[in-house]
Design a protein. Sequence first.
Length: 360
Amino acid sequence: MLDAVVIGAGQAGLSAAYHLKRRGLAPEDDFIVLDANEGPGGAWRHRWPSLTLGAAHNIHDLPGMPLGTPDPEEPASRVVCRYYDQYEREFELPVHRPVPVQRVISDDSVEAALTVETGAGTWQTRTLVNATGTWDRPYWPYYPGRERFKGRQLHTRDFWSADEFSGQHVVVVGAGTSAVQFLLQLSKVATTTWVTRRPPDFTDRPFDAEWGRDVERRVRERTEAGLPPLSVVATTGLPLTPECQQGIDDGVLVSRRMFTSITENGVMFDDGTEVAADAILWATGFRASLDHLTPLHLRETGGGIRTDGVAVAADPRVFLTGYGASASTLGANRAGRAAATAVLKHLDDRHSAAPVPAGD
Ligand SMILES: Cc1cc2nc3c(=O)[nH]c(=O)nc-3n(C[C@H](O)[C@H](O)[C@H](O)COP(=O)(O)OP(=O)(O)OC[C@H]3O[C@@H](n4cnc5c(N)ncnc54)[C@H](O)[C@@H]3O)c2cc1C
């Protein structure tokens, strides 16, 4: 039986694996990492090429190996895949892929173990660090008529290049950073209509450390109460960059209220006006990708999972990283370290007595 299984090899999973190893767990013998992807990079592997490193918010260093100073014009997906690949090799992390975890069940007959079931085998473990991110769970709200629309509908996770929409009219749904970035790119080759449920929350507040702490506190309050985390933008607001200000001045970043239905040819608003569209781009965000944990019954009646840091109230063997307040590269780093510490605490005396390495 393993001491720990880490599910997911994005920022959160790699950080957890690094710290588990540093705290004395042996790769393969004591712990493994199972990742659904074909190769390294976590969700970054799938991001569109025009999302350059410079256009990303900030990609924090993984513990023990700085990212360095790559060209800000290089696609973030390429930079991060390369970085994670080097990282996994350098620290000889036991990542198995592609291994999508289908479900985790509590096997009380065997030393209170958890059984991790995948298409590539089954593992038993004393603890579980879940680091599965959100990319595999796009949120796509339903509006009447969705199935009637004859044009193209796609979600953020399907977006690849604005050039695909050249000369078209695109309705962009959503008030987050992805929607804003798509609109600014699309407006160079297409016409657009922006629709949002609430007015976009542009803010010129500096996105500094104090802001970061404030965001984390507000998210943590919800997850500690067993409520699902809100969308990212509901907590962070939208940075009012000079490009955004220009977009507002040009009328590109001026939104309409949500449409009420979708027609064959476009979208219909509550005042009876119809906007014809070639495509509807749903930049409506993501939810935590946790379906494989359903058999563990971790959710509270409020729909969320009650957590205290990375610890899950409903099951002391399970630790959630990259969830709620730790859903950023910086937060995921910290959560990975906290999870490794918590795993060791949960394990036998031999492990819990292991000293925390200096400089950690
Ligand atoms: C468009 C977009 C842009 C973003 N930009 C930034 C940014 O600039 N800076 C920032 O800090 N944050 C950003 N974020 C948030 C970002 O996703 C996180 O910061 C971080 O990279 C997530 O790391 P993670 O390890 O939690 O998840 P992920 O990177 O999503 O990794 C999860 C891994 O788990 C695997 N997995 C999922 N389900 C299973 C399963 N059942 N079995 C096995 N493996 C599984 C996946 O294949 C994946 O490899 C952005 C998010 C989005 C959507």
